[in-house]
Design a protein around this ligand. Structure first.
Ligand SMILES: NC(=O)c1ccc[n+]([C@@H]2O[C@H](COP(=O)([O-])OP(=O)(O)OC[C@H]3O[C@@H](n4cnc5c(N)ncnc54)[C@H](O)[C@@H]3O)[C@@H](O)[C@H]2O)c1
Length: 253
């Protein structure tokens, strides 16, 4: 199936995990992509898997770098009508009251400001075409609090509300904005949350304890989040906007 033939998309955080899986899936269905990540080597390894794609290394938290990426897309591919904002970081893992100010600020800069700047950079290209579709990456931890990841949860709650507000504001322009709220998905970011647990036995115990909270008794795969992202971007979802969709194996049910 080629649901995105002739479409031009941009994916931030394309170098790893969910962004990478979404980019590969979009390219496989015909989209030509601008791939953005701060990790240039990761982008180089992804390019052969995304026919017709171009890559721009940059930091989503810096306006000038996102504007540069948007210009590159326009000049080398044409106007973007699909945007996925998957760049994100875990931020400080200690309780929020113990987090260092610079770590708190960086988590908000990447997760919240980075989402805002990507939308700000690419929205004019969507307007020019009379429409577009945006999928942001929040988290199940953006819909409920998290005792373990308090700062992260706060950033993702902000992404949920930014996405819903953008859907309200830009619906009249034909621009749909939906937000994915994944539970624990097997990516390097998830591995990092367990790596902090201590030795191998403690780590295994923590993984088992987390998985027990999932009705499906397992973590998700990046491809399962990619399936949801492509649906929200596609012509099968043309009356869907402002949704915050858990992709969480029933964790929040
Ligand atoms: N994996 C999960 O369990 C999970 C669950 C819920 C939500 N999420 C969210 O999904 C998104 C992707 O997560 P992932 O698990 O794929 O993480 P990941 O760490 O595997 O990949 C994140 C990518 O973003 C890039 N990145 C980070 N900061 C950047 C910046 N400032 N500028 C440009 N690129 C930057 C990294 O280089 C990396 O390639 C994140 O927003 C994350 O919060 C992940």
């Amino acid at each position: 199936m080629q649901r995105f033939e002739g479409r031009i998309g941009a994916v931030t955080g394309a170098g790893s995990g969910l962004g990478r899986a979404i980019a590969i899936a979009l390219a496989a269905e015909g989209a030509r992509l601008l791939l953005v990540d701060r990790d240039a080597a990761a982008l180089d390894s992804l390019l052969p898997l995304c026919p017709g794609a171009i890559a721009v290394a940059g930091d989503v938290a810096r306006a000038a770098e996102m504007e540069h990426a948007a210009r590159e897309a326009m000049q080398r591919l044409g106007p973007v009508s699909l945007l996925v904002t998957a760049a994100g970081i875990l931020g400080p893992t200690q309780p929020a009251v113990d987090a260092a100010e610079e770590d708190w600020d960086r988590a908000f800069a990447v997760n919240v400001k980075g989402t805002w700047l990507a939308v700000k950079a690419f929205l004019p290209q969507m307007r020019q075409q009379g429409g577009g579709a945006i999928v942001t990456l929040a988290s199940a931890a953006g819909l409920t609090g998290s005792a373990q990841l308090q700062t992260y949860s706060a950033t993702k709650g902000a992404v949920v509300m930014l996405s819903r507000s953008l859907a309200l504001a830009h619906g009249p322009e034909g621009i749909r904005v939906n937000c994915l709220c994944p539970g624990s998905i097997e990516t390097p970011m998830l591995a990092a949350t367990f790596d902090a647990a201590g030795d191998a036995a403690e780590r295994a115990a923590r993984v088992a304890q987390f998985q027990a909270r999932y009705p499906l008794r397992r973590f998700g795969r990046p491809e399962e989040v990619a399936d949801a992202a492509l649906f929200l971007l596609s012509a099968q979802a043309t009356f869907l906007t402002g949704v915050s969709l858990p992709v969480d194996g029933g964790r929040l049910a």
